[in-house]
Design a protein around this ligand. Sequence first.
Ligand code: ASP
Length: 327
Amino acid sequence: MIKKKVLIITTGGTISMQYHSEHGVVPDDNLIQLLNNFPQLTSVAEIEVLEYANMPSPHITPKQMFELAKLVDEKIEYYDSVIITHGTDSLEETAYLHDLVLKTRKPVIFTAAMRSGSDLGLDGPRNIVGAVRAAVHEESIDKGVLVVMNDEIHTAHDIVKSDTGKLESFVSPNYGILGIVDPDKVVYQRQLLTRDNVWTDELEYNIDLITVAAGMDGRYVDCSIKNGARGIVIEAFGRGNVPPTMVEAIKRAVDMGIVVVVVSRAFKGRVLPEYGYEGGGLHLQRIGVILGEDMKGPKARLRMMALFGKYKDPQQVKKYFTSVVEE
Ligand code: ASP
């Protein structure tokens, strides 16, 4: 049987790190060595490895994420699928941006590790093999960007890192996993029905994210205004409510043409125009704020970067923030 061709692009993260007594857990070149000599991989697919970077994922910027997506777009033509190894901290953001901007129907799968190369009970090699097995599976085609962690297959749209240290950290809190990677086969049981594509050649980087806490005032919103932000994502309480002390500044931003999107700081669920009191979701919607459905703040920020990159016009960004983009 002809084996499928899989390109593994490494970017760094704990999966590429080792413990050193002097420096703590830091980047290392063990992953590349491992990938090039790993029989469980070569028996499943024809593997090529490309090092994009070896950085901790808190170091990655949206600009680098976008560059990486362009690299994937360029390379995937020559392979059946692409896997990206990444740090777990910002993995959900990079994966989601790829889901937005990539046109390919071929599998693009992110994976990572919660444990470094010097920890007991390594999860990195198992996750990479799981990702490769999913990548060569017919049913992984046209499913959007996926994340394989801990034998589970997640969508880039839903996945979040939920625990700072546990192996089972990655969850899809709103809609659940799509399938599993079991020892004998890959099993899909669900399908993502909505697609989030925003095919753009550029991003607008000046988009801020502010998380609400009790009693907060408008100073952070004013800071964004002062720094020329084109858009602000506010992670609000519950269904999308903020303290009344923030409303003036939000109104100021909206009146200046800044796109303000409210999502929830709650772990699950959608925001709604439900509460009409000052700062409630209904009140915010009436003053021109967009309610950002079930998105988490960091992903909503990337969506706004892509929409501004594509349309430039705030009215179009508002229109398409919660609806399917006409490509
Ligand atoms: N701090 C690491 C990173 O994101 C954590 C990890 O990869 O698990 O690069």
